[in-house]
Design a protein around this ligand. Sequence first.
Ligand code: DX5
Ligand code: ZN
Length: 232
Amino acid sequence: MNKTFRIAPSILSANFSKLGQEINDVISSGADIVHFDVMDNHYVPNLTIGPLVCEAIRPITDAIIDVHLMVKPVDRIIPDFAKAGANIITFHPEGSDHIDRSLSLVRDSGCKSGLVFNPATPLEYLDHVMDKIDMVLLMSVNPGFGGQKFIPETLNKLRMARKKIDDYTEKTGREIWLEVDGGVNADNIAEIAKAGADTFVAGSAIFKAANDDDPNRYDTILKSLRSSLSKA
Ligand code: DX5
Ligand code: ZN
């Protein structure tokens, strides 16, 4: 089967003192999407980056910026990220009191929209809002930190999500991306792809693999992720 696989480095694990360079180098090594993790020390116990950083990196890359909101509430901050140049905005159902409204807000702000599922969050949240969703993101770790271990039950959940999406696409002709986030590396990415994911976030596996200033420092890890994917 000829499938499109997208690799989305999570810049959470990048060197923030030279973020622009990190993004350029990882994209020129063959990554597809910039995964941008927003944490608020409220919905998750960590604090990261906001719209100002998104705005700062927007002019340095043409790559899709995929903003993963781990914040509560979400509505106030959605238009700010859209203005800052985000292409995709995803949020957790637990972060919104009115999920349908928040999804519409993302679309009305000009971005692609998506829902993010924690390991124990049921996929039923999709059932009545598929028309408003462009991406489904399954967390394969509990959100809040990079560098955690992939939770194997995610593979079963991916198969369930794949089925829901395929049924929907067959009915409507509209494509929805299925992204996985947490603990993805060259050893498990093929199995994850086989379970149905088409878009792969990887933070520590990519950025911790490099330790010098060689502009091609990410070539090896990107090649090894792609070669594992080619076996899927
Ligand atoms: C976790 C974040 C992830 C994280 C992935 O809450 O959403 O995007 O940075 O990092 P790794 O690939 O190291 O698990
Ligand atoms: Zn993420």
